[in-house]
Design a protein around this ligand. Structure first.
Ligand code: MN
Ligand code: ZN
Length: 340
């Protein structure tokens, strides 16, 4: 079968590799139909993803149709369309024992730490393969369940509820999924960015207020919208030291700050800033079994993944697709690969 391999930074190719086989009784063999490109795939391509090892069969956002099932598979059957959760955990460390498998001590993500889904076939455990009702959801959005699961995880970590005002810093794909999940939960959302084109898309997909922080003072906008209280929930998807500092400073008393940054540079935050407002400052990583909630949102229409799909390529053009995404950050949101 054909697969997309990154041999080392800046060397990507479509190569012939062995078709994977069912090894465990609970495995399913999936013919991949769609994948989507993530910032972390671009990081592997550019050599800036500290977690990746090479050579790597990339792709952690993917789904397809079940072709074969192992003897221990209970619910899935050939013909089912599934999205695959890329998170693999040990099952017995402290995080796993407390139902936080996404931060397992030895967590691995398919497409980053081990082979991924940009291939004609993948094998995955039944427990990581979630069926989608294709009478309600177009097949070409199945790979977008994973990015929305990031937004869903943020909503849980930040306790985003009906009536909350939420600031999402950054209008990239993850910012948009956070916004849509928050809106589906009945919150109101302000979003920021440096590009008007990205803010226009955010607004079109549901953001209540958008702020171009190149032109406007974010603090003034936040205080005006919240009657000077500060923002109850702030999600930092910009992820630079200064954005994290600003998130802590703009949060209201009793507020929550969720960071998505994998940044290794310190921010200057004084403890009094957390104590005085009794802030909950939390990280959010990957997703903790959020696929069913996301698929529910796709099926009932409360999440509209088609809106974040900005272009489509055949998977044999993966290099072109990745370069296109790198060259057009203001125009692209999610680039989807077709494996048909
Ligand atoms: Mn991703
Ligand atoms: Zn574990």
């Amino acid at each position: 079968m054909k697969a997309v391999l990154v041999d080392k930074p800046f060397e990507i190719r479509v190569a012939e590799v062995p078709k994977p086989e069912i090894k465990n009784p609970d495995d399913v063999l999936i013919r991949v139909k769609y994948g989507s490109i993530c910032g972390s795939d671009i990081g592997i391509y550019k050599g800036t993803n500290a977690l990746a090892t090479y050579p790597r069969l990339i792709g952690h956002e993917y789904g397809g149709v079940v072709e074969e099932i192992g003897p221990g598979v209970k619910d899935l059957k050939p013909g089912d369309v599934v999205a695959v959760d890329p998170v693999r955990a040990c099952g017995h460390c402290y995080a796993c024992r407390t139902n936080r498998h996404n931060v397992c001590n030895t967590v691995e993500v398919t497409g980053v730490h081990r082979d991924g889904g940009f291939a004609e076939y993948v094998v995955a455990p039944e427990s990581a393969s979630y069926r989608i009702d294709t009478s309600k959801v177009p097949e070409d959005v199945i790979s977008l369940v994973e990015p929305y699961s990031i937004g869903m995880q943020v909503a849980h970590r930040g306790h985003i509820h009906e009536g909350d005002k939420v600031l999402v810093m950054g209008s990239g794909p993850i910012g948009i999924t956070v916004m849509q999940v928050a809106k589906a939960r009945g919150a109101s959302v302000m979003m920021t960015d440096l590009f008007d084109s990205r803010l226009e898309r955010a607004k079109k997909l549901g953001a209540d207020i958008v702020v171009n922080v190149r032109e406007k003072d974010l603090e003034a906008e936040v205080m005006a919208w919240t009657d000077g209280e500060g923002m109850p929930v702030i999600v930092d998807s910009v992820c630079i030291p200064s954005s994290f500092e600003q998130a802590v400073s703009l949060a209201s008393a009793a507020g929550r700050v969720v960071t998505l940054g994998l940044v290794n540079k310190p921010s200057a935050i004084a403890s009094v800033q957390l104590v005085k407002k009794e802030l909950d400052v939390v990280g959010s990583r990957l997703n903790n079994y959020r696929f069913p909630e996301v698929i529910q949102g796709f099926e009932d229409g409360s999440l509209t993944p088609a809106g974040i799909m900005s272009s489509k390529f055949h998977f044999t053009e993966a290099e072109k697709a990745i370069k296109h995404q790198i060259d057009h950050p203001e125009q692209e949101c999610k680039v989807v690969l077709s494996f048909e």
